[in-house]
Design a protein around this ligand. Sequence first.
Ligand code: M6R
Length: 611
Amino acid sequence: MCGIVGAVAERNVQGILLEGLKRLEYRGYDSAGMAVLDLQGHLQRGRALGKVAALEERLTREPLPGRCGIAHTRWATHGRPSEQNAHPHQSGERLAVVHNGIIENHEALRRELEAEGYVFTSETDTEVIAHLLERESRQAGDLLAAVRRVLDRLDGAYALGVIHAEEPDVVIGARKGSPLIVGVGIDEAFVASDPLALLQVTDRFIYLQEGDAVRLSAGGRIEVFDATGLPVEREIQVFEHGDGAASKGDYRHFMLKEIHEQPMVIAAALEGRLGERSALVESFGPEAEALFRQASQVHIVACGTSYHAGMVARYWLERYAGIPVQVEVASEYRYRQVVVPEGTLFVTLSQSGETADTLAALRFARERGYLASLAICNVPGSSLVRESDLTLMTQAGPEIGVASTKAFTTQLTALMLLTLALGRVKGLDERVQADLVTALRGLPGLVARVLELDPEIEALSMAFAEKHHALFLGRGALFPIALEGALKLKEISYIHAEAYPAGELKHGPLALVDSEMPVISVAPNDELLDKLKSNLQEVRARGGELFVFADEGVGLEEADGIRVIHLPHVHEALAPILYTLPLQLLSYHVAVLKGTDVDQPRNLAKSVTVE
Ligand code: M6R
């Protein structure tokens, strides 16, 4: 939520900051702003309501040249989207602050500062930081010391970037609860919420840790200090995905590009993790085998799409590893009095590794006597990865579209690897393991074949463009896929969509079915197929229009009121992965027809780093 970028260089940084904001726009896009110290050392600021393009347009008219600056793209939490609430925030004419996160004690701080005569010009929580800094920088020896004094007063989560006319070639960054990375350039240095923001200038990054602060100064000098204020060395990591991730290439939207990357990234998620006839348990880390042997239960915690991946994993782990599994959304889990049976493995799933609720759940779990924590995550160096005992990276590469696509299918792939690893140590039949390994090896090819159905799915999407509601049905491990399909449709086309286990329909939702209600179902060739077919008849009998994605061998054919798209046959265990794709494509094409902002749907942001 919100994107930050900052730079100190020997050249004009306006273009670097602006490009950084464009690349961070997925994190929030209701307003944007930039502040620089110009060549005379004066603070200059420009802000605009709306997307980064509005700021860009303004900068064309009123440029902000300077060698040191900070910038921000906002996802509103405190105060509506407006130019006044846009960052950077100032106190007086000499300092500016950008902030990502939430300052929980901002009201008390605001009262304190107002009593001292500070005048607030925005409704944001961030402005207290600017005024506190103004106050502290009059007493502290330097800007970093002033920032430290301010941080001591803040409750909540933050990533900050600060500049001050007093130190015209310095940017201070700090993080607690929100991500911040340092970009290491040649004689120049940067901070940003995400490496993507800086790939145009460097591929070398330092992932700041909780409580770290950093001072960037002229000549590319980078000094990192830990939560106690002591200087520390943090490893420089090279970003391996290249800069292609930051561009749409020939695709109209990032979402479409990311959907089409799935054969490649699923293959990447499997690479080096499968033996001849079983999964390699050591992919989860050197201690994994010993810990997995002790695991008698699994608790999975995640949010949104990642939560749906966890729901699929419950079916897999119970069936193949014989282990009881609980799955819960992080925002609920973290406030429960959770009872943790001995030997329980705690698993978090997250694309970003920075989702505030998931991270808080992990921290909560650490106090609850779990056997160990495992993070299945897409972002190396993220907080979730750093704070977990075991990790498995999903290898999806950067995902820019707000709607999660390739992150989900690679999570599922990783979860199938977990199922096989746990199954292996728990004595899953070797033939079953070998069958699943063979099926996994064939998965990228099947995914590519499903993508070839795109024109058919695009044609189908026309039937949805004028609809206001939709129902998604699935059974067994395909029920979470129905939930994911409904989430995708809601998220990017703004059509109200619900998902039900197909057998549940007759207990209430069937009342909604009429000729205006499209019902979408996924029908692989599994043991629940006949039951699903009966449920679909219940819909047909009430005049509901059915859209079914079905295995080519199940004998479901087009008929009056039933549209069928056939998918290639897949091992029943992997059907949740394969059947996700047509639902992603359907939502995508419906959204395009409706003319919504596919990659940046209204009210949302990619990385939810606030509670
Ligand atoms: O980064 P995470 O996987 O932790 O994010 C969790 C959710 O915010 C995310 O999956 C969200 O639901 C997506 N926008 C769905 O497409």
